[in-house]
Design a binder for this molecule. Structure first.
Ligand code: ASP
Length: 376
C-alpha cells in the first residue's frame, strides 16, 4: 500500500509479548489528532461485512487490517493506529468464548491506548457490545464497536463513515463501551440491530444516543455517559446454560420443563406487551413457578422493542412476579440475555441474582425507583 506522509511500522514482536495472542499486528502513525493531542487507538478486527470479500459460498470476512490500512489511514485523521487481527468471522460465528477472549485482550491492553475500536459483524454486534459492557465495567477508556452493511471494498459502502465515527469516539476520552454506526454513537448495552439492510441499522433503545455527528461536528451528550463507580476489574465469568423463549398464543408450558430437564438454569422469556403471559388454559405461569421453586432464574421482558416491561400492571404479569420471575424493565433483549449469562457467572445465590436485576450496572436498564445511572 502507498501512503503519503505515513510511517508504517511492523510491531508484531513487541505486541505479541503483551497480548499473548498469535495475531499479526501492524501500525500506522499519522500525525496529530483532532484536539491536538497525539492519541493512540487500537483497532481490533473480528471480521463481519466491513472486512468481507465475495467468495464461492457468499460474502465472507477476508480483508485483514493490513489490507485496509489505506482506508483506515484516511479516516483516522491524525491518530496513531495499532491494528490487531483477532479473528475473521461472520458474527453469526461469534461465541461467548470469543467475548471472553476479546474482553481479556481489551483488559490487557487498556493502559497502552487512549481508546479502542472493535470491527465486528453487525448481526450479533449488539450481543457483543452488551456483554463487553458487563465484563468491562468501569473501563477507563472508550471501547467503540463498529461494522458496516457493505464491505469497505465497495465504493458506496458505509464502512468508512462508521470507522471514522468509531475512531473519533475512541479518541474522545469518554470511558465506556459504545457502538458507532451511521454517524451516531450509542451505549453498547442499549443498542439493537433494527434493520437488516439499511445503513441506519442500529437504534439506541430506551436511551438517547450518546453522540451524533452532524455538520457541527460530534456532539457528545455527556450527561448520558456511564458513570465510573469503582476501579476497573475484568469480570469475564459467564454461564452458558440460558434458554430464550418467545411467547406465542398457545405455547405449551412443557417447553420450560424440556429445557430444565436438559440442564438449563436460567430463562429469558419474551412475554407480551408489558410482560403478560397466560395463566388460563395453557398455564405458563405455573411452569414458571415450578422452575423458580427448583432454583432456576426466570427473567421476563417484552416482545415490544420500545418502552420495556412493567409486570405489576396486569394480572398476567403480576402472577408471574408472584411465581418468582424477575423483570427486565426497559433492557434490550441483547442486554437481558447477556446480563443473565453474566450475573449467573458471578453468583448462584438466588437473593444476589435478584439484587443484580434491581441494579443498573452500566446503563443497561432504568429500574423504576432504583438508582438509574443513565439518562431517563
Ligand atoms: N453477516 C454479517 C455479520 O454479522 C453481517 C454484517 O456484518 O453486516 O458478520
Amino acid at each position: 500500500m502507498q501512503f503519503k506522509d505515513t510511517i508504517l511500522t511492523q510491531l508484531h514482536l513487541a505486541l505479541h509479548g503483551c497480548l499473548g495472542l498469535f495475531c499479526p499486528v501492524s501500525s500506522v502513525r499519522a500525525g496529530r489528532d483532532w484536539d491536538g493531542m497525539n492519541k493512540k487507538v487500537l483497532i481490533i478486527n473480528t471480521g463481519g461485512t466491513l472486512s468481507s470479500v465475495a467468495k464461492e459460498h457468499g460474502l465472507t470476512p477476508g480483508l485483514t487490517t493490513d489490507s485496509m490500512l489505506q482506508e483506515l489511514h484516511v479516516v483516522a485523521g491524525e491518530a496513531e493506529l495499532i491494528t490487531l487481527e483477532f479473528s475473521a468471522l461472520d458474527s453469526a460465528n461469534i461465541f461467548p468464548e470469543d467475548w471472553v477472549r476479546l474482553a481479556q485482550t481489551i483488559s490487557r491492553q487498556r493502559d497502552n491506548f487512549d481508546g479502542m475500536v472493535v470491527i465486528h459483524g453487525t448481526d450479533t454486534l449488539a450481543y457483543t457490545s452488551s456483554m463487553l459492557s458487563f465484563m468491562l465495567q468501569n473501563i477507563q477508556i472508550p471501547v467503540v464497536i463498529t461494522g458496516s452493511q457493505l464491505s469497505i471494498s465497495n465504493p458506496v459502502a458505509d464502512a468508512m463513515e462508521n470507522l471514522r465515527c468509531a475512531i473519533y469516539m475512541a479518541q474522545s476520552g469518554c470511558p465506556g463501551v459504545f457502538v458507532a454506526f451511521n454517524r451516531k454513537v450509542m451505549l453498547g448495552c442499549r443498542t439493537s440491530k433494527v434493520r437488516s439492510l439499511s445503513f441506519d441499522a442500529f437504534d439506541s433503545i430506551n436511551c438517547d444516543n450518546i453522540a451524533q455527528i452532524s455538520s457541527i461536528g460530534m456532539k457528545i451528550n455527556t450527561h448520558l455517559l456511564p458513570k465510573r463507580n469503582g476501579i476497573f476489574r475484568l469480570q469475564d465469568h459467564y454461564c452458558p446454560d440460558i434458554a430464550v423463549i418467545k411467547l406465542f398464543p398457545g405455547i405449551h408450558r412443557e417447553i420450560l420443563e424440556m429445557y430444565a430437564d436438559n440442564g438449563y438454569r436460567a430463562f429469558y422469556i419474551e412475554a407480551f406487551g408489558l410482560g403478560g403471559m397466560p395463566f388460563l388454559g395453557h398455564d405458563f405461569i405455573s411452569g414458571i413457578r415450578k422452575l423458580t421453586e427448583q432454583g432456576s432464574t426466570v427473567l421476563v421482558g417484552t416482545q415490544c422493542r420500545y418502552e420495556g416491561s412493567s409486570l405489576e400492571v396486569y394480572e398476567t404479569g403480576r402472577r408471574a412476579l408472584e411465581a418468582g420471575a424477575l423483570q427486565a424493565y426497559d433492557m434490550t433483549a441483547e442486554a437481558a440475555v447477556t446480563k443473565l449469562m453474566w450475573v449467573l457467572g458471578q453468583t448462584d445465590d438466588p437473593l444476589e441474582i435478584r439484587e443484580y436485576f434491581q441494579l443498573n450496572l452500566c446503563g443497561e436498564v432504568s429500574v423504576p425507583g432504583g438508582s438509574a445511572q443513565i439518562g431517563k
